[in-house]
Write a protein that binds this ligand. Sequence first.
Ligand code: MG
Length: 225
Amino acid sequence: MVRLPFRDGFYELRPGKIICLGRNYAEHAKELGHEIPEEPVIFLKPPSSLIGPNRAIILPRKSKEIHHEVELAVIIGKRGKNISRAKAMEHVLGYTILMDITARDLQWEAKKKGLPWTVAKGFDTFAPVGPRIVDRRELDVNDLEIGLKVNGEIRQLSRTSRMIFKIPEILEYVSGIMTLEKGDIIATGTPAGVGPLRHGDKVEAWIEGIGTLEEDVIAEGSILC
Ligand code: MG
């Protein structure tokens, strides 16, 4: 569970599932050598990968190349199945930032072998969210600056207007497969500029109108337990 500021108080975010889009910005699909998809590419991250703001992303020993991905995240406010794109926004509570942390080397291996991405995407701390939830009625998310810095240096910078599939289409597609429930999170894909994280890095991800989500980066091997 992650507690984030929302309206005048807090919202306890306990997602039953975290759904992520892959390849939803053309320039990112291209940098990984993929075609532009004809329908959304989706995968799941486990709720156990969630952490709040100002915590630490733990780099697991099993991977040698862990990448940052900044994404606009939609929080579901109302349950729905087979939601039409015309009614999709009624099911949205609000928005936050999610970093879709990815063990890129393990993802390449999985892709080569035709295996799922669960390992590459599913480690603990691989889904930082925050710094707050913005009510959907208070923010038009169709054309916002989205970016990410590592140690103060800009790595990703784009606009949400470059998303291939927009939020109503995404909700229509996903809810045609699985029931969306209150508290579920949908991360809408990352722009170009993904790259490695190292022990000791400071990551800042921002989206105009939402704020900045900051995390430290720590190698698993450096933690004494
Ligand atoms: Mg992603």
